[in-house]
Structures are given as structure tokens and as C-alpha cells.
Design a protein around this ligand. Structure first.
Ligand SMILES: *Cc1c(COP(=O)(O)O)cnc(C)c1O
Length: 403
């Protein structure tokens, strides 16, 4: 994305033109950025030749997943719906892993029928349930066990998952018990140790700690795992220029893998799609108050939940950069009757007027996939930009879809 003659453009098309043609609010993704992200991710870990399973929950657009599949990626799913979606996108079930603490019998049964690569179990009860269903079907099921390595990912509390007080995975002691349980089962083939310590991680050190914890547990288990699934969580730059040091993470994995000779699996979501998307929105009104000016957009927290849910701050840009810097503070809000329906506070932003187009950046991950119909608001259109071509990859919902 860059300004050409003061017009913000995504690949070869101006945001202003997109907003006129397709209306607002609109989610818009760059194919070129997607390609770059996947290529870079592969390059960063090329010496490991890992299986990369895209975390479907970060973006559930079928057409986008089809594009991701073309680069050879598999999928990490956390529900039957996501599993169905991944299969519909053409992803080979042998490249699909199923995570989550609360898989129902129906979900486990479906996953077994589809012969996916791994069901990553997160508790003793779940392992027993998988065993029970597999026995009924007279099938052997490939399973992973998720270890809770008790490492602080140094990220937002709401998206931290690898500490002992989090609900995810099992501790080292239970892990060892489950390994023994699996060894004695005729219907479970234990293949994998999995972890996932959180999301939006920008410091490589928690990953190093995580690897140490895995190493310790594997040595105690005295079991050869065909796969080590390291999860996702790689962070992106939202409003600062902090970057995860992939080099150091890769070095730590290489050191770790020397002792274990397992195939590495990654489950990245945000790092693949986070910075490929923008949300284009129009200013409905500007409301002046004593202290600040409220800029009321036609996009709201139902369209983009991250600021309300996590206090996330997204970079915001004008579609046309042609006015003087304002002395006022702008509060960027949506029309919903909740005080958390706020995107950001803008200082030293250019002067704004009603009907201006505003762009909220880096919304490709956990943007549309977290959206809802709160206030009976139809969901936005989704567009994929490839050079000078625009493809509608999901139509805007109509009120008639909802009423
Ligand atoms: C959410 C999740 C991911 C993806 O996390 P990102 O931060 O988007 O990379 C991967 N694995 C599991 C088990 C998850 O729950």
C-alpha cells in the first residue's frame, strides 16, 4: 500500500475508487502481500522444510483459503465448521491438524472419517473419547498431545495460552501419563507433541523457553514423536516497527531438532494474513464536543472487534492525503451503542470532513473472522486485489439475509 499522487492505493487500485464502486465498509486484501508473506515464512524456516498449517480461524474466507492452499499450505482448524471449510477449499486432509480444548464427539467422529493428519488432544478425557470413537469405528487414529509448557509469551493476556493458569494443553506430568495411555491403546497412534503459547508474539525468547520445556518433556517421555507441532503466534507490526526475530527462532529450533529428528509443523495465522487486509470506511458524521471531535464511521465494532476486545490499536490512514494537519484530537468511533465501539484516538491527523474515506490497516487476521451481526448490521463485502484486478470474494450481506 502506498500513496500515489496523494491517493492511497492497494496494489494498482486507489482506495477511493474501490469505495465508490463497492461501497463501504469493505474489507480489501492484497494478493501480492499474501504471496510475499507466505514466501517469507517459508524462507525463514527453509532449512527445516516444515509443514505449514494455516490457522483458519484468523481468516475464514473460502476464496482466500483456496489461494493459500495453492502455495501448498495445510490447515489448522478448531471446529467442525473450520474443518469443513478447509476441505471445501481443497486442502488435503493429510495436511490438516485439529486443535482445541472442547472437541465434541461429533467433531471427533467427523475428523476421523475425513482421515486428517492429526487430532491434537488437550486433555485425558479427550484422549479417552477419541479412543472410544476410534474403537467403535474399528479405526486407528493419528493423535498429538498438546503440552502446556508453562511459558509466558509476553503478549496480551487475552491471547496468551501457554501459561499453567491457561486452559490449554496438559502439564508435563499429565503429558507423560497420556503418552503411556496411548502406547497401550490399539486405536490411537501417538504421532505428535504440540504446543501453542499465544498470539502476537514479538519476542523470540518465549519460544526458546518453550523449546526447552518441550525438550525436557520429550526426554522424560522417552518416546519418538514423528511430528513436533510448534503452533503459531508470530506477531506483526501494527502501530510500531517491532518485528519478531525469525532468525533467532529458527536457530533455536535447529538446535532443538538435532536431538529429536521430528518433522516440524507450524500453525501461523496472523503472520500470513494480518497485514494483507484493510477496512475501508466512510465518515458518516463529525460531532464536535468540548474536548474532542467524534468521527463517526460506517464501520463498527461488529465489523472489526479487535480494538473493543483487546484494546488493539490499528494504524489508520486517510484515503487522500491532501489537507493540513489538524490541531484537534479525533476520536474514531462506530455507530453502535457501546462505549467500547471505538477504533482509535487520532492526534496530528489531517483535517477530516464528513464523507471522507478512512482506512484501518492490518485487519486481515481476526478482522472479518471475528465479525458479527450485532445491531442487525449486515457484514461487509470482501475483496481480493491482484494487480489491477478486483475480485469479490464474499458479497456484502443484505438485510434480507438477516431478517
Ligand atoms: C489461534 C491459534 C493459532 C494461530 O495463531 P496466530 O497468532 O494467528 O499465528 C495456531 N494454533 C492454535 C492452536 C491456535 O489456537
Amino acid at each position: 500500500m502506498k500513496y500515489i499522487n496523494k491517493n492511497l492505493t492497494i496494489e494498482k487500485i486507489s482506495v477511493e475508487a474501490i469505495s465508490k464502486r463497492f461501497g463501504t465498509p469493505a474489507y480489501c486484501y492484497s494478493y501480492d502481500q499474501l504471496r510475499k508473506n507466505i514466501t517469507n515464512f517459508k524462507k525463514n524456516f527453509s532449512s527445516l522444510s516444515p509443514l505449514i498449517c494455516f490457522a483458519i480461524k484468523s481468516n475464514t474466507n473460502l476464496n482466500l483459503i483456496k489461494e493459500i492452499k495453492k502455495f501448498g499450505l495445510g490447515a489448522d482448524v478448531v471446529s467442525m465448521g473450520e474443518l469443513m471449510l478447509a476441505i471445501k477449499a481443497g486442502i488435503n486432509p493429510k495436511k490438516i491438524v485439529f486443535s482445541g480444548v472442547g472437541k465434541t464427539s461429533a467433531e471427533i467422529s467427523y475428523a476421523i472419517n475425513k482421515k486428517i493428519l492429526l487430532i491434537n488432544a488437550e486433555s485425558q478425557s479427550e484422549i479417552k473419547e477419541i479412543n472410544r470413537i476410534a474403537k467403535l469405528k474399528n479405526k486407528k487414529v493419528q493423535v498429538g498431545i498438546r503440552l502446556n509448557p508453562n511459558t509466558d509469551a509476553k503478549t496480551l493476556n487475552q491471547i496468551s495460552t501457554g501459561r499453567k493458569e491457561n486452559k490449554f494443553g496438559v502439564n508435563s506430568k499429565t503429558f507423560l501419563e497420556l503418552v503411556n495411555y496411548c502406547k497401550n491403546s490399539n486405536n490411537i497412534i501417538l504421532k505428535c507433541l504440540s504446543v501453542h503459547i499465544g498470539s502476537q508474539i514479538l519476542d523470540y525468547k518465549p519460544y526458546v523457553k518453550m523449546l526447552k520445556a518441550i525438550n525436557k518433556t520429550i526426554n522424560r517421555a522417552n518416546f519418538k514423536f514423528e511430528f513436533i507441532d510448534l503452533g503459531g503466534g508470530m506477531g506483526i507490526s501494527y502501530n510500531n516497527n517491532k518485528k519478531l526475530n525469525y532468525k533467532k527462532y529458527n536457530i533455536a529450533i535447529k538446535k532443538f531438532i538435532k536431538n529429536h529428528k521430528s518433522k516440524i509443523i507450524f500453525e501461523p495465522g496472523r503472520s500470513i494474513v494480518g497485514n494483507i487486509g484493510i477496512l475501508i470506511s466512510k465518515i458518516i458524521y463529525i460531532k464536535k464536543s468540548e474536548k474532542k471531535n467524534f468521527v463517526i464511521l460506517d464501520a463498527a465494532m461488529n465489523d472489526l472487534m479487535r480494538p473493543a476486545l483487546y484494546g488493539a490499536i490499528h494504524k489508520t490512514l486517510p484515503s487522500i492525503k491532501n489537507r493540513k494537519i489538524s490541531k484537534k484530537t479525533y476520536e474514531l468511533v462506530g455507530p453502535i451503542c457501546e462505549s467500547t465501539d471505538k477504533f482509535s484516538t487520532l492526534q496530528k491527523f489531517q483535517n477530516l470532513k464528513e464523507k471522507d474515506i478512512i482506512v484501518i490497516c492490518d485487519v486481515g487476521a481476526y478482522g472479518m473472522s471475528l465479525s458479527s451481526n450485532y445491531n442487525v448490521r449486515p457484514k461487509p463485502i470482501e475483496l481480493l486485489i491482484k494487480g489491477s484486478k478486483i475480485k469479490v470474494i464474499k458479497k456484502r450481506q443484505n438485510h434480507s439475509d438477516l431478517i
